[in-house]
Ligand binder design. Structure first.
Ligand SMILES: [Zn+2]
Length: 495
């Protein structure tokens, strides 16, 4: 069957603020001490009044700008009414018709080697408060359900994409790029296990039949909290909707919009409820909160404190350091501090490609083994840069460079490693490349004399015969450059 997959994502991001969005309670993930981070405001007690958290608004605007959105000069708060045990006020403070940002886009590349990124439209990003968390006893023992209101009032940014995504892989790539951007902006910790970043996927199909384009009913899959979950749930929905279409022939508009959950253990989506329409929520402006006006000065201030975005940095790294798409993507993906580290190493040694190899392989391997981040890595970027520049200047071989690197890693964790240590290690281990060809000439002549057969083979054009000769010379003269030795041996036998 000929069809197109249509996907739009609604991503919810908890913002990294000290306090909640409308009160002074701590904004911290704390499931072990339920209901300890609450006050009359976030509990919705009568007579309490909300006050907007400026920092939450700043972080939101920063994100909106990074997503190329328009930031209108005027925005306001609305109440979205619904009853649920984790929402004690019986309404959620959100933004309805005047969100703080709209009409943006995010560029994604599904395949990093591919030079054709896609622009995914952003309909809007608005700010709201998170609800609490219901905890149901799933043991079957019939214990009570409980509610933890620590999360109530956590600032939550909802980012709604256009239905521009065309496959599960694209949806995953969009979510990964968005998460990376939010990390770079430092607006959220994006911890998916703790629920700081979660997403709903709207999925349907356009069936191409007899020259017509028939949309199937839209299904919203709720609360996906892993990249794998997003990919698997969408792939499952595509198959399920195809079968549904073949069985019923039902089109968009002929059945109510459906909300489904994702069961990660069984790998299936399941029906939850019919989806409410916006009118069911009876939105109206919140009378307790004043509207927010945004000045050009405020926007300029935010712009000035914003970092270079991942996509821009990726492009710049490819250009400035001659990196492949793949290497640039791998480095940027590790976060801002890691990218800074790479850039500093590259600047010190003047060879971006070499710096990329070391940082993504040797350094990365060590970080993984020690379970630490780049900020805790004992070798400073300037020190690694110094090792690499010595390799570049042929003071030491790449192999010796690895030996120096390994020695530096053995240093006392309290000691500050400097470039002086590199010098000491090179001296102590006799790793300096011997550039005194006079010394080499004598050793080479002796080795050739001791191995007439190998020398004869080499003279006859048998290149493999050079290996053992080079090996013997290197054993005699530690630190000799194998390339130089090879050339000198070839010259000596008259090749
Ligand atoms: Zn509170």
């Amino acid at each position: 069957m000929d069809y197109t997959v249509i996907i739009g994502l609604e991503v919810h991001v908890q913002l990294l603020t000290e306090s909640k969005i409308f009160c002074g309670c701590a904004n911290r993930f704390n499931p072990d001490q339920p209901n300890t981070q609450t006050c009359p405001v976030c509990l919705g007690l009568p007579g309490s009044l909300p006050v907007m958290n400026q920092q939450a608004f700043r972080l939101s605007v920063k994100t909106g700008m990074a997503l190329n959105c328009d930031i209108p000069p005027f925005t306001k708060w609305d109440r979205k009414q619904y009853y649920y045990p984790d929402l004690p006020k019986n309404y959620q403070i959100s933004q309805y018709d005047l969100p703080f940002s709209q009409d943006g886009w995010l560029e994604i590349a599904v395949d990093p080697e591919n030079d054709h990124p896609r622009k995914i439209g952003i309909i809007r990003a608005h700010l709201e408060e998170d609800a609490g968390k219901n905890m149901h006893d799933e043991s079957g023992g019939g214990a009570d359900s409980q509610v933890d209101l620590n999360r109530t009032g956590t600032p939550l940014l909802e980012i709604v994409s256009e239905p521009d995504l065309r496959s599960a892989a694209e949806a995953k790539a969009y979510l990964q790029e968005l998460k990376l951007l939010l990390n770079y902006l430092e607006v959220s910790d994006c911890n998916m296990q703790e629920g700081s970043l979660r997403c709903d996927a709207n999925v349907n199909l356009h069936i191409h039949q007899e020259g017509k384009n028939i949309p199937t009913p839209i299904v919203e899959v709720k609360n996906l909290n892993s990249f794998r979950g997003v990919e698997m749930a969408i792939d499952y929905e595509i198959e399920r909707q195809l079968q549904e279409w073949e069985a019923t022939g039902k089109k968009l508009g002929e059945v109510a919009k459906e909300t489904r959950g994702w069961d990660a253990d069984r790998g299936v989506t399941f029906a939850q409820r019919g989806k409410e329409e916006a009118s069911d929520y009876r939105y109206f402006p919140d009378p307790d909160l004043v509207p927010v006006t945004v000045s050009e000065e405020f926007l300029e201030e935010i712009r000035s404190e914003t970092c270079e975005f991942p996509a821009d940095r990726r492009a710049r790294f490819r250009e400035a350091y001659d990196l492949s798409h793949y290497d640039a993507a791998v480095i940027i993906e590790q976060g801002r501090t890691f990218a800074d580290y790479f850039e500093d190493v590259a600047k010190h040694c003047g060879d971006g490609k070499q710096a990329a190899n070391w940082v993504t392989q040797d350094v990365q391997r060590e970080l993984n083994e020690r379970h630490i981040g780049i900020a805790e890595f004992p070798i400073h970027s300037s020190v690694l840069g110094d090792v690499l520049s010595r390799i570049g200047k042929k003071e030491i071989t790449t192999k010796s460079g690895r030996e120096v690197f390994a020695e530096l890693l053995k240093a006392d964790p309290n000691e500050i490693i400097t470039t002086e240590h590199i010098h000491e290690i090179i001296q102590a281990k006799d790793l300096a490349i011997v550039s005194d060809t006079g010394q080499l000439e004598g050793v080479i002549a002796a080795v050739i004399e001791k191995n007439p057969k190998a020398a004869e083979d080499l003279r006859g054009g048998k290149q493999a015969a050079a290996g053992p000769l080079i090996g013997q010379v290197m054993r005699e003269v530690k630190g000799a450059d194998p390339q130089t030795v090879r050339q000198m041996i070839l010259d000596a036998v008259g090749q």
